[in-house]
Ligand binder design. Structure first.
Ligand SMILES: Cc1ncc(COP(=O)(O)O)c(C=O)c1O
Length: 462
């Protein structure tokens, strides 16, 4: 076996065609379809601000914040220094026995920033872990408050809440679920508020917001006394940035209030400034019972996520040991001091540099630029989103909203062409999304949309 000193660099190995069959990239599972990926492997070597460089030295504009993670950009010195300093002081503390000062500080800062009485925090390492925590919190809360029969979770088709079995069971993507079936029992799915392709064949605003009212009907049919929680992303990502009509989330809030059901917002993408406010709950002016953040909270510098719940819910877990086990949920690395140091530094950076204002201003610019592209290309059927979280959906016929056949997959072709031209965006057969870091400037927004313009023009012309 070659030693580290004799091992050729990754670029040389790629050049030698070592990427397929028996090559060295066979030693890693990637998120993508591996055989396909290995034909054009993307391996990032370094990053700075809103740019990445791959191992071959090619530069990419990061139009997607890694994957909605790099909130304060790459190579942020303040966050890096905070982590380095914390490493010298305390790298790990045992969650079985307590916590650490950084976790307490971060919990208090989140409680200050979160809307309403969302004030008690459980830290974890990733998105799926806090989704699991929220589901368990809802079930245990109802047990502790005299409704042990409430266990069902209502969630949406086309949603994504993570890869662990509970989060996957709540998710609504058949492409990621079917291979892992059977899912956990107790999850009920409803259709999402996809106005552009209304699942009920209606048109906004004369639709009665059926996508929301039907959630109440489904809960009635299931028996409200069996339902613990409703979990939604305020703006769904998978499905192509599903930005709901303004009435939708307030109506869900009403339904949950009516039946004593907990409303959980999965803000793993939309939280920490992405919509132009710290939380999408503020953008839509609806306070959930439980709010989940991950991705942007540590900006990608360390694994961190947080479940923030209302004080009245947390109170149910506070009682004498003989009657109350506390919140039965935990992982070894929860509230890790390094991750919390990163989280504190990221939040301070956002607050002190007023990156929320920048997200609003650049978000408006991004929207304008995408609207201009839609005016130029009839294949763009819809532009939607809020703040620095937008998508365009492609259609073959704007009037009928007919999609391109799967084989043509315009979104994939444009997304790949954009990658060739040095832009990272999220692409799907029928849509492309952009979600740049909150530090993005006007020139970079213009460059991102100019690359999309060029890529679209080339693909349509080919
Ligand atoms: C909305 C949403 N929820 C949950 C998750 C799961 O997060 P993680 O991949 O950190 O487990 C994701 C990940 O993409 C997500 O987009």
């Amino acid at each position: 076996m070659a030693t580290a000193t004799t091992t050729p660099g990754i670029p040389e190995l790629i050049a030698e065609g070592q990427t397929t069959e028996e090559g060295f990239l066979r030693r890693i599972f990637v998120r993508d379809q591996m055989a396909e990926w290995s034909k054009h492997p993307l391996i990032m070597a370094k990053a700075d601000g809103v740019f990445y460089w791959d191992v071959q030295g090619k530069r990419y504009l990061d139009g997607i914040s890694g994957i909605y993670v790099a909130s304060v950009g790459h190579n942020n010195r303040r966050v890096i220094e905070a982590i380095k300093n914390q490493l010298d002081v305390l790298a790990f503390s045992p969650p079985m026995h307590g916590t650490n000062p950084l976790a307490v500080q971060l919990a208090n800062l989140l409680a200050e920033l979160a809307p309403g009485d969302l004030s008690t925090v459980k830290f974890q390492c990733g998105g799926a872990e806090v989704v699991e925590a929220a589901i368990k919190l809802a079930r245990q809360y109802h047990r502790l408050t005299g409704s042990p029969g409430r266990y069902k979770v209502v969630s949406r088709y086309q949603s994504w809440h993570g890869s662990t079995l509970g989060a996957l069971s709540a998710s609504g993507l058949k492409s990621r679920k079917t291979v892992n079936e059977p899912m956990a029992p107790g999850f009920v799915h409803v259709f999402p508020p996809t106005c552009y392709r209304c699942p009920f064949g209606k048109s906004y605003p004369d639709c009665g917001i059926t996508c929301a009212t039907i959630v109440g009907d489904v809960i009635d049919m299931e028996d409200p006394d069996t339902v613990a929680a409703v979990i939604v992303e305020p703006i769904g990502h998978t499905g192509g940035v599903i930005d709901p009509p303004d009435e939708y989330l307030p109506l869900l809030r009403e339904v949950c209030n009516r039946h004593g059901i907990l409303l959980i917002f999965d803000e793993i993408i939309t939280g920490i400034g992405r919509t132009g406010q710290m939380f999408a709950a503020e953008t839509f002016d609806v306070t959930p019972d439980v709010l989940l953040v991950a991705k942007g909270i540590s900006g990608g510098y360390a694994p961190l996520s947080a479940m923030i719940c209302r004080e009245s819910i947390a109170d149910a877990f506070w009682g004498p040991i003989e009657e109350n086990p506390g919140f039965v949920e935990g992982h070894t690395f929860e509230g890790n001091p390094i991750s919390c140091a990163a989280g504190l530094a990221v939040l301070r950076e956002i607050l002190e540099r007023d990156l929320l204002a920048n997200a609003r201003a650049q978000g408006e610019r991004l929207r304008r630029r995408l609207d201009e592209l839609a005016a130029k290309y009839p294949v763009i059927g819809d532009v939607r989103g809020r703040g620095l979280f937008h998508a365009v959906e492609f259609v073959r016929d704007r009037a009928t909203r007919e999609r391109f056949p799967a084989a043509e997959a315009l979104g994939l072709r444009v997304g790949r062409r954009a990658l060739d031209h040095g832009l990272l965006c999220r692409f799907d057969p029928h849509w492309i999304a952009l979600g740049p870091p909150l530090i993005v400037n006007a020139e970079q927004v213009d460059e991102m949309t100019a690359i999309l313009d060029r890529s679209l023009g080339e693909v349509l012309g080919s």
